[in-house]
Design a binder for this molecule. Structure first.
Ligand SMILES: [Zn+2]
Length: 393
C-alpha cells in the first residue's frame, strides 16, 4: 500500500478532536490527503480500497517513555534491540516510540547514543514503529528519589557530558529527565532547552518553589507524575502540585492502575485537563515475557503477576504495561475514546514537538498516515505506519 493511493472507508474515525461515525480517509504516498464525513465520491481509479466495516480508526499510539520489551532493552546499546522494539510495538497499536535510558556510567550512555543513531538511520516505515528520538532518564537526578535508577552513577549535571551524548546520537536526544533542585540543574535546563531538547522534571525531591524554578528555566514535562518524586503536603505542595498547576507542563502518567491509583489518575486528568496528559508505559524488557528475575541498569528486578519490583527494596521498577492496555484502562475510568486517543497519541506527540516534525499524533490532511484500527472492545486489529500495514490480525 506504500507508494499507492489508499482509500480507507466505512470507518469510525477519531481525529481525535472530531468523531466521524462513518467516514473515509484518503492516503497518498504515506500522507493523509483527505478525511470525509460521507462516502467517498472522487475518482477510484488506481485506488486500493480498505473497508473497515465500521471499526474504529485513530492516530497510532505514541509511547514516549519505554525502556524495552520482549527481552530487548535500550541499555543493550545495540542497533538490533531498537529495531526489534520497533518491530514488536505495532502489535500494541504503537506507531512511534522514544526508547528510554537509565542512569549509567558515561561509556555506556555514549554507546547507547551511538547505537540509537545507527538504528534511526536503518529504520524504514515497513519495519515497524518510528524511532522518534532518545530519552535520557538521568543521570542528573536526585539520589533521594532514585527509584529504580542506580544511585552509584547519579551525578551533577554536566552540559559538556550531555553534549557528547547529543552529538553521538545525531542530535536525536529528544527528552531528558532532570531533578531541578540539584546543583547546576537550572543552568543545565536552560542550555538543553535552548537546543530544543524537552526537559522533564523527575526523580526529584524538589519543593514547590524549586520545581517552579525548573519550569521557569524551560522544563516542559513531568516524568511519570507522582512516581519518583516528593509527595503532596498541604503546607508543602511540592513538585507534584507545582507541575500540575503550571499550564505549560505536560504530565506523564503510567496508566497501569498500579503506579497511580485510578482515583488519582482521574483527579489529575480532571484538574489539569485532558490536553496536558501524556500516557506512557515505562515498560521494561520483561514486558511480554513471563514472571521471573530480570535486570534494569544493573539492578535486580523481580516480576510477579506482571508487577515489576526492585529485589532489594520492593519498590516499583518500571512496568510491564502496553499502550493499548493503558488506553483501555483510561476509557474504563469514563473518558471517551477520543479523549483516550488525545492522551495516548496527540499529546505525547505535541509534548515533544512531533506534531510538527515528523507530523504525527492526529488524523489530519498533511499528517503522516500513522494509524491504529481497533475493534469494539478497543483491541488492536491493525497498525498502519506511513501508509504501510505493519501489523494486522
Ligand atoms: Zn523510566
Amino acid at each position: 500500500m506504500a507508494g499507492k493511493s489508499v482509500l480507507i472507508r466505512n470507518a469510525e474515525i477519531y481525529t481525535p478532536y472530531e468523531h466521524i461515525r462513518r467516514g473515509f480517509i484518503l492516503v497518498e504516498e504515506g500522507v493523509i490527503k483527505a478525511i470525509g464525513k460521507e462516502s467517498y465520491s472522487g475518482s477510484r481509479n488506481g485506488l486500493e480500497e480498505i473497508d473497515l466495516d465500521g471499526r474504529i480508526i485513530g492516530p497510532g499510539l505514541i509511547d514516549t517513555h519505554i525502556h524495552g520489551l520482549y527481552g530487548y532493552d535500550t541499555m543493550d546499546a545495540r542497533q538490533e534491540s531498537f529495531i526489534e522494539m520497533s518491530r514488536i510495538l505495532p502489535r500494541y497499536g504503537v506507531t512511534s516510540f522514544i526508547p528510554s535510558t537509565v542512569t549509567s556510567p558515561h561509556e555506556i550512555l555514549l554507546n547507547v547514543s551511538k547505537a540509537f543513531k545507527t538504528a534511526y538511520d536503518a529504520w524504514n516505515p515497513s519495519m515497524g514503529a518510528r524511532l522518534l528520538g532518545l530519552h535520557l532518564e538521568g543521570p542528573y537526578i536526585n539520589v533521594e528519589k532514585a527509584g529504580a535508577q542506580n544511585k552509584e552513577f547519579i551525578r551533577k549535571p554536566s552540559i559538556e557530558e550531555f553534549m557528547q551524548y547529543y552529538e553521538e546520537s545525531g542530535r536525536l536526544i529528544r527528552e531528558i529527565t532532570v531533578a531541578p533542585e540539584i546543583e547546576g540543574a537550572l543552568e543545565f535546563i536552560r542550555h538543553v532547552s535552548s537546543l530544543g531538547v524537552v526537559v522533564q522534571i523527575g526523580h526529584t525531591n524538589a519543593t514547590y518553589e524549586e520545581a517552579l524554578n525548573g519550569v521557569l528555566a524551560g522544563a516542559r514535562k513531568a516524568t511519570h507524575l507522582f512516581n519518583g518524586m516528593r509527595g503532596i503536603h498541604h503546607r508543602e505542595p511540592g513538585v507534584v502540585v507545582a507541575l500540575m498547576s503550571s499550564k505549560s507542563v505536560f504530565l506523564e502518567l503510567i496508566t497501569d492502575f498500579i503506579h497511580v491509583r485510578p482515583e488519582m489518575i482521574r483527579f489529575v486528568i480532571d484538574y489539569a485537563g485532558v490536553d496536558r496528559i501524556t500516557m506512557i508505559t515505562d515498560a521494561i524488557s520483561a514486558t511480554g515475557l513471563q514472571d521471573g528475575e530480570y535486570e534494569l541498569g544493573g539492578l535486580k528486578i523481580i516480576v510477579r503477576n506482571g508487577v515489576s519490583r526492585l529485589a532489594n527494596t520492593g519498590g516499583l521498577a518500571g512496568s510491564t504495561l502496553t499502550m493499548d492496555r493503558g488506553f483501555r484502562n483510561v476509557v474504563s475510568l469514563g473518558y471517551s475514546v477520543g479523549e483516550a486517543f488525545a492522551m495516548a497519541s496527540t499529546n505525547p506527540a505535541r509534548a515533544v514537538h512531533a506534531d510538527k516534525d515528523p507530523g504525527i499524533g492526529m488524523l489530519k490532511p498533511g499528517f503522516k498516515a500513522d494509524m491504529v484500527v481497533l475493534n469494539d472492545r478497543l483491541e488492536v486489529v491493525a497498525t498502519i505506519i506511513k501508509g504501510h500495514i505493519v501489523y494486522s490480525r
